[in-house]
Design a protein. Structure first.
Length: 145
C-alpha cells in the first residue's frame, strides 16, 4: 500500500489489470515462498546455526562428545546476538547484498527504471528486515539429546 500507486505506474498497470486472477493461488504460493525465504534467512541471522552445521553429523549422535561440546557451547553462548535488532540488520544486509543485485540485473535487461528498482528493493528490505528480526528474537536452540 505504501508504494502501490508508484508500483502500478512503473509497471503500466491499471486497477482493471489487477482485477481477476486466482488470489487464493497467488497468496498461497506467496506464503509458500515466504516459508522458503524464512528457512534460508534463519542460517544468516542466527549465528549459532554455523556452530551446529560445522559439527555435523557427529553432533546428532546421542551422547557423543561432539553433542556434549555443542550443548556446552549453547549453554554459554545461545543468547549472543539474539535480538530483534540484530536480525533486522542481517535482513537489511541480505537485501542490499543479495536481493538488490538480483533485481537490478533483471531490471537492467528489462530496461526498467531506477524507481522500479527502489520500489522492489525497498519492499524486500522491509520484508527481510522483519523476517530476520522475528526469527532472531524468537527461535531458540534447545539442548540436544
Amino acid at each position: 500500500m505504501l508504494a502501490g500507486n508508484a508500483w502500478m505506474k512503473e509497471n503500466n498497470f491499471t486497477e482493471e489489470d489487477l482485477q481477476g486472477g486466482n488470489m487464493v493461488k497467488t497468496l498461497g504460493f506467496a506464503y509458500l515462498c515466504g516459508i522458503f525465504i524464512s528457512f534460508s534467512l534463519t542460517g544468516i541471522v542466527i549465528h549459532q546455526y554455523g556452530a551446529f552445521s560445522m559439527m555435523m553429523p557427529e553432533v546428532m549422535e546421542s551422547g557423543s562428545q561432539t553433542m556434549n561440546e555443542f550443548n556446552n557451547l549453547m549453554t554459554t553462548y545461545r543468547g549472543n546476538f539474539r535480538t530483534f535488532g540484530h536480525g533486522v540488520i542481517h535482513g537489511v544486509i541480505t537485501s542490499l547484498l543479495f536481493v538488490f543485485p538480483l533485481i537490478a540485473t533483471n531490471s537492467l535487461f528489462e530496461k526498467r527504471s531506477w524507481k522500479y528498482n527502489l520500489i522492489h528493493v525497498g519492499y524486500w528490505t522491509i520484508t527481510l528486515a522483519l523476517i530476520g528480526g522475528v526469527l532472531c528474537a524468537t527461535l531458540d536452540f534447545g539442548s540436544l539429546s
